[in-house]
Design a protein around this ligand. Structure first.
Ligand code: UDP
Ligand code: MG
Length: 137
């Protein structure tokens, strides 16, 4: 069984979309193995997104991610990484398919509601960034 890290981003928490994100993932058969609300510091957001540190959007992205509480979750299922990416849709909501979370709810390419690990390698870094062994059930 594959695990992936999902974050309900601050825009979606503020807009009361936590339940909607979880509902769509559970409806696709994914199982919640860990879940918590977190308030990232600027430095913690920078550490999480360190692969993007050279990107022009890095400063804005990380201050957005530190601007309010997030929900972090570990979801499990066969092909969970790919399946969550499909539920999310493309990074840019204008390019995301109809019915995806980002197409439905994102307000910009930055404020795009949800994060999901993009590979097994990313998931292996991202899951322990938020969850210790005893928090994954
Ligand atoms: N992002 C942005 N501007 C861009 C590309 C990305 O603000 O031009 C933000 C957006 O919030 C995105 C995050 O940076 O979700 C991480 O970018 P990535 O390319 O990894 O997209 P994702 O994997 O989240 O679809
Ligand atoms: Mg990514």
């Amino acid at each position: 069984m594959e695990q992936t890290l999902v974050i309900v981003k601050p825009d979606a928490v503020a807009r009361r979309l936590i339940g909607e994100v979880i509902r769509r993932c559970e409806a696709e058969g994914l199982v919640v193995r860990g879940l918590k609300m977190v308030a990232l510091s600027q430095r913690e957001a920078e550490g999480f997104y360190h692969v993007h540190r050279q990107q022009p959007f890095f400063g804005s992205l990380t201050s957005f991610m530190a601007s309010g509480p997030c929900i972090a979750m570990v979801l499990e299922g066969e092909g969970a990484i790919r399946r969550v990416r499909d539920i999310m849709g493309a990074t840019d909501p204008l390019k995301a398919e109809q019915g995806t979370l980002r197409r439905s709810f994102a307000t910009s390419i930055e404020r795009n509601v949800v994060h999901g690990s993009d590979s097994a390698e990313s998931a292996a870094f991202e899951i322990p960034y938020f969850f210790s062994r005893v928090e994954l059930l």
